[in-house]
Design a protein around this ligand. Structure first.
Ligand code: SF4
Ligand code: SF4
Length: 441
């Protein structure tokens, strides 16, 4: 047996070594994910983060002892969900609570020039931040951050539909001496040369996420811009090139449903040809959720996974796939909504939890500075479904009950995609381990 990655320090410290009574019968942990490789079987413990390789078919007495001590084997009647909750509860008490807010998602507007058929914001009020509210927002951020550097994420709607508010907030922050950098979620449609220049110099833009739903014809039809020029697809491609040349990290999000999946494979090749040479270009695939009733559904789970993998493999082949590594810390929160250091500021100055506009998330207002703790606590409640008890992903799954994305529960496709990603990460970890070992020789 070979230890590829040791357990996460905090997890190892909390769990300790498992000691069993003589003759106690055991089973493989539900939080253990196994994967056959050319070198043997990899076992990953999702709670502790330990990764081991078993070269042969046989598990020796000694292997079994080590695996048991490290929680890969547990007693038959062991309550793993409770154990994982307890480990996370203890881990959550370790870092001191955030003193200041340093991460802000700001919606300069909820309005947008695209009319994507799948938009989850269809029907919400379209409104923009006034110059006065932008100034108040900067003042609020300055006070809430307590002198610490802040990170702002411009979200919408389309944030560039109200760039004046972004200009004001950044100018005021700079004037007040607050250090800041920013990211953005945008269609990229308005990111022309002049805007990129301003984005780098004034907004301190470090990264941007741009959704591309298909090659030219499908993209132009899906986005259905109300102010479309002759070819919005080529315009956005050009803008991605400008951003990359200015060293802004660009993540292209490929939204997939049954109708565009084959086309996304072609797109993956196309964007790789255009941008794979840049170290700052990344892309990933996201499965669309059917909130609008207009999504084209796949016939089978198998089809979803097959198409999803094919696109990811294409991106990976060109070094474009956004890949995460196996976690090296116990993940305590899901996202901004349950993170006390984060806040979302709406165009009218109300403060909320989640980046997606919703009336159920309001915790306060930039002018009063008050915070409704009850709502903030509600946003920390975890989502659970009947499948969680048997799910290997449970220790790293932090979905929230209030999150819109969980409206349709936890789908089999979600789980399979997450599991496929985890297995890729296990293989990557083994590859990196071998490379390191090779270098050491
Ligand atoms: S609650 Fe859900 S939708 Fe909102 S920021 Fe978190 S993950 Fe995103
Ligand atoms: S992936 Fe789904 S079933 Fe698994 S733990 Fe998360 S919510 Fe539960």
């Amino acid at each position: 047996m070979e230890l590829i990655i040791p357990a996460i320090k905090t997890a190892a410290g909390i769990c300790g070594r498992q000691k069993l009574q003589e003759g106690q019968s055991c089973r493989l942990s539900r939080h253990c994910v196994s994967l056959m490789t050319e070198e043997g079987t990899l076992f990953y413990h999702v709670l502790t983060g330990a990764l081991v390789l078993m070269p042969g078919q046989e598990i020796t007495e000694n292997d079994r002892r080590v695996l048991t001590e490290n929680w890969f084997y547990v007693p038959e009647d062991f309550h793993e969900e409770q154990f994982a909750d307890e480990v996370r509860r203890i881990a959550g008490m370790m870092p001191p609570p955030a003193k200041h807010r340093t991460s802000f998602t700001v919606l300069p507007t909820t309005d947008c020039n695209a009319r994507c058929f799948y938009c989850y914001e269809i029907g919400i009020r379209r409104f923009s931040m006034s110059p006065e509210t932008a100034r108040d927002t900067a003042e609020y951020i300055r006070k809430a951050s307590g002198g610490e550097a802040v990170r702002i994420r411009w979200f919408g709607g389309e944030p560039l539909y109200n760039r004046e508010a972004i200009d004001i907030i950044c100018t005021e922050l700079g004037r007040g001496g607050t250090e800041y950098e920013s990211g953005m979620v945008s269609t990229g449609y308005y990111m022309d040369e002049e805007t990129v220049k301003k984005a780098v110099q004034l907004w301190h833009l470090k990264e941007i996420q741009i959704t591309v739903d298909g090659t030219e014809k499908i993209y132009n039809r899906t986005k259905a811009y109300i102010d479309a020029d002759a070819n919005p697809f080529e315009r956005v491609m050009k803008h991605i090139g400008l951003l990359l040349a200015a060293r802004v990290g660009v993540t292209v999000r490929l939204n997939m449903d049954a109708r565009n999946a084959d086309d996304l494979l072609v797109l993956a090749e196309d964007i790789s040809r255009r941008f794979a040479g840049s170290p700052n270009a990344r892309a990933y695939v996201a499965l669309l959720h059917d909130f609008t009733g207009k999504i084209h559904r796949f016939d089978t789970q198998k089809e979803i996974l097959m198409k999803y993998r094919a696109i990811c493999d294409k991106l990976k082949e060109h070094g474009m796939l956004r890949q995460k590594k196996l976690p090296r810390q116990i993940r305590l929160n899901c996202c901004m909504a349950d993170d006390d250091a984060s806040e979302t500021i709406l165009p009218d100055g109300r403060i909320g939890r989640c980046e997606h506009y919703s009336e159920t998330m309001i915790t306060g207002d930039i002018r009063s500075g008050e915070r409704n703790e009850a709502v903030a606590q509600q946003w920390k409640e975890r989502f659970s479904s009947p499948e969680c008890a048997e799910c290997a992903l449970y220790p790293i799954c932090n979905r929230l009950k209030m999150c819109e994305w969980n409206r349709d529960g936890c789908t089999e496709a979600d789980r399979e995609i997450r599991m496929a990603e985890l297995k890729e990460q296990m293989l990557d970890a083994l590859r990196e381990y071998r490379e390191r070992k090779g270098e050491e020789k």
